[in-house]
Design a protein around this ligand. Structure first.
Ligand SMILES: [Zn+2]
Length: 295
């Protein structure tokens, strides 16, 4: 997920419309990132928030929420293997302006070392180098403290499906959840082949041609590829179920969504018709991708 095309929006000011309340700001201010890292380690998640309190608070909140969803709605959503805040200029990635990503394959991520980072590790960009070359006005959008305004902006340019401030976090965690599901369903070798295919230009062209008109109802970013469509839709689904004051679901988030658990004997499942590509409704498109069928 990245921010761009924003430089013509000079009159952006705090609106608190993305859900960050004064109480949340206070909690973020009092966040001890080391104690959150220690807590996550007990769950098997390595992390280094680089003292970024906003990212640490938001990740902790999303993890609490996923644990709640798992317990209450029996969803078995997996957590990422690690969470790190880095200056993306120091990473072996093409797009160093991106805000965050979840790596789907193990790779040598750091320019300075040969360490292999395992898949399903989430990275957030602290934009240290990038910020140095920006005017104070533009720097605003690269400072995570301004997550409320940044969320409004990314929603405004259709880069995210909701303007809720946890959207970026739900999105990256959704990638880790989805990939774990795919490994369990397809196995690592078949998944690796699928990932090779998904990344090809031909796949992206076919995907947009077949389903672009429907997936862009989620947001424009969902047009990137099938995996992004799932991550955007899952973030939207969870956000829409939340009571924005408690940041807890006020209903079962997944009924009548692509992520609902449907068992073979359930009438709902039996009634899913076989659609042609042109007729397939959005929910069934996302359900196929969620289940590892990317055609
Ligand atoms: Zn993504």
């Amino acid at each position: 997920m990245e921010i761009q095309h924003y430089s013509n929006k000079k009159s952006f000011y705090p609106t608190f419309s993305a859900g960050v309340t004064k109480a949340i700001l206070k909690e973020i201010e009092n966040t001890d990132t080391i104690s959150i890292s220690n807590k996550l380690l007990k769950n098997g998640i390595s992390s280094d928030f680089n003292n970024n309190k906003t990212i640490a608070w938001c990740c902790n909140k999303v993890i609490e929420l996923i644990e709640h969803i798992n317990k209450k709605y029996k969803m078995n959503f997996a957590l990422p293997k690690g969470i790190f805040v880095k200056d993306f200029e120091n990473l072996n990635i093409d797009d160093t302006k991106t805000r965050a990503f979840c790596n789907l394959r193990p790779f040598e991520l750091y320019k300075s070392s040969e360490e292999v980072v395992p898949s399903r590790t989430i990275f957030f960009n602290n934009f240290e180098t990038l910020k140095q070359n920006l005017s104070p006005e533009n720097r605003f959008f690269y400072d995570w403290k301004n997550i409320d305004e940044i969320s409004d902006l990314t929603y405004d340019i259709k880069h995210s499906p909701t303007d809720f401030f946890l959207d970026t976090f739900f999105h990256e965690f959704a990638h880790a959840i989805h990939e774990t599901r795919l490994i369990n369903k397809l196995g690592p070798n078949k998944l690796s082949k699928q990932l090779d295919l998904i990344e090809t230009t031909k796949n992206v062209q076919n995907y947009r041609q077949k389903y672009g008109d429907r997936v862009k109802q989620i947001c424009d970013y969902a047009l990137q590829n099938q995996l992004e469509a799932v991550a955007c839709d899952m973030s939207k689904t969870i956000t829409e179920s939340l009571d924005k004051n408690t940041i807890h679901p006020n209903k079962q988030p997944f009924i009548d969504t692509a992520f609902e658990k449907l068992f073979f004997w359930q009438p709902k499942r039996i009634k899913i018709p076989v659609y042609s590509d042109e007729e397939r409704p959005l929910i069934e498109i996302i359900r196929s991708f969620w289940n590892g069928d990317f055609q």
